[in-house]
Design a protein around this ligand. Sequence first.
Ligand code: ZN
Ligand code: ZN
Ligand code: FE
Length: 783
Amino acid sequence: MVPVAGRAEGEKVSYEVKIKGIVQGVGFRPFLYRLARQYNLSGWVRNGSDGVLLVVEGDNAPVEAFFRRLTGELPRQASIRYLKKKKVPPSGFASFEIILSEGQADREPLIPPDLAACPECMQEVLSFPDRHYRYPFTNCTQCGPRFTIIHDLPYDRSRTTMAAFAPCLHCASEYRNPVDRRFHAQPVACPSCGPSITVTGPEGRPVTAASGDAWLPFFWEQMESGQIFAVKGLGGFHLACNLDQEVIARLRERKSRPWKPLAVMCRDMEAVRRYCRVSKREAELLLSPAAPIVLLNLKRKSGIPPGVNPNLASLGVMLPYTPLHFLLLQGPFDCMVLTSANPADLPVIKDNGEALEELRGVADYFLLHNRDIHQRCDDSVVKAAAGKTQFIRRSRGYVPGTVDPGFSAGTVVLGSGAEMKNTFCLLYRNQALLSQHQGEMGTLEAEKFYRDSLGHFTGFLGWRPEIIGYDPHPSYTVSALARSLPAREKYAVQHHHAHFASCLAENRFRGEAIGLILDGTGYGLDGNIWGFEVLAGNFQDFTREYHQRYVPLPGGEAAVRHPWRTAASYLYQSLGEEGLARAEELFGRRFSREWDILRREIVQQRHSVPASSCGRLFDAVSSLLGLCQENSYEGQAAVELSALLEKEPFRAGPEAYPFVMEKDWIDFSPVFPAILDDLKRKTAADRAARRFHDTVAEALVEAAARVAARRGLSTVALSGGAWHNPYLLHRTCLGLRQKSFKVLLHRLVPPGDGGLSLGQAAVAYWRWKGNVPGSTHENHSQG
Ligand code: ZN
Ligand code: ZN
Ligand code: FE
């Protein structure tokens, strides 16, 4: 509403304003209060369950200035999604006040994500004699725990795990003072009233030498001498140790985690720059309120021991995001290993008792505290890809922020997610809310975590799923769980269609597109393993235009674990018996015990599963180049292969290897003898790796061009976990743009299975809306 210019001096105007977005728990009301007082305006502001309600009145010019500054100078964490002004007759309020919250029916996601400690609070914990000096639970309206401690809405202390701590007079007066940094900061605390630290040994007995203020010097001393700590943080426990190669080896041994890269936390940006190269985008990510783990390129002589990230050129780095972590790094070291403390395949540990039980024999000391974690939440992992953010794991700091799918769903939809790297997604109106990283499904613990989180989200949102989209994989336990939930309609959404739809949704793209979907494993409509798919379609439906020619995976799961098995299968596909002979030269002696069985499996096609998986293709090439013969963590062989190309700037290889594209398939098996020839000519492995990547990119661009010509499409969506590969992404985007395609990438949710649930929800909704009967599975059943 535009005010009339030239209004008579002294005439009052009054507006009633409704504001939605992230406007609670972020210092929004104090901000309005200060602004209103500054302009001598009167009225009030209060929180509701779906946003903030504001009435403001005064002279026209200052009221206009108030609104300009309201939108222009928001507090650091606040964001406005919706603002509606209505002119009302002035009521003649004497002053401007903040009035108490009132519950309302129609709820929207209002819980803010956890916020990294702000500079003011970090300054305070360093400043003696400030009463927050060295206090690890210091926070204010701009920072601190939110999502991980909140039970319910509206957000106030009584509905958080801080309810157990009554604020002291000092804290209470800051909380009540509208001009204080801590005005209505729900988790506000200080040493005399708030949570505290206890250090214990593995049996749970407090360590006397670490009592009171001594916990911090004790931590520094023991870390220096090589002890391993379990540290309770914001959303769960970490294991911490110093950068000594031997200590890291001990940690890996105790955790049975031989190769998987570990993350580190650095004191500050200066320390990060000591070890890694940091771009402007990467620095912004590190310093953002979400404070995720950012994958950075290591400097050549970084001093980071290879045990932290074996065979990789990148390192996962984060900055301290709580005053506790900040304090831990104020001692003798500026960088420490800090890795999620979860037993293999189980959710991250959140409770003290759970930690003492599960981490006995792993940690030497336990740094515990008594502020309970209500929702477990792993660290998020991101990287800069093609100059922008790419999520590897979207969790702490981002959840429960929502994604706008570009349409409004008239009913609540649940996407139940994948079996690995699980998240689920609740979709309603134009908001898709993805859960925190649930991790691997398939254990009782994982199922309990899943049910708890789902109950938590549906509870505070008041959203009951009416429609469910799930993965039709017959052995996904999460799909069985989804099928058991009450709902009006359930749709089996093919895995790669869900990836495709996820990319369309986050790009708010409603039309028809081509999907280049590359991942490790997804259940295909024909019962085979899919993973290298060129699709065409939209939210409702798709056709499979091209796929990688099926290659039998000898031994099924055994081939996933041992890439050399798949390499042998590709060689057989390409050259028959001669290929097997060449494979035997490479692997026969090294894997002599398994070789004869494998040979039989390949020739007789026994115990083998047909697969068009991109992950297995990269495995096989990694094996052939002698990089990795065993996947000790998911994607290891492929990651080590792509790491070969990350050390230098992106240049195209000499030329692509041969491949065959016919009917609806692409055959990459000719790549394998060509690589062997290259190796015989003493071509360096990174050169061969480059040629291989170029081959895949060229095949994809060619396939997209053919589909575009047939179906008149010009937009291409890239989804699936293989798009974490930076060189492949770069080359493919370049090729597609040269052919004038519009390219859609994942920027808001992970391209891998962590983003799958968004696509499942979108497909389920549109199939329901379009009255498409049954599931994608039933509609497409084919031989
Ligand atoms: Zn703060
Ligand atoms: Zn206090
Ligand atoms: Fe996938």
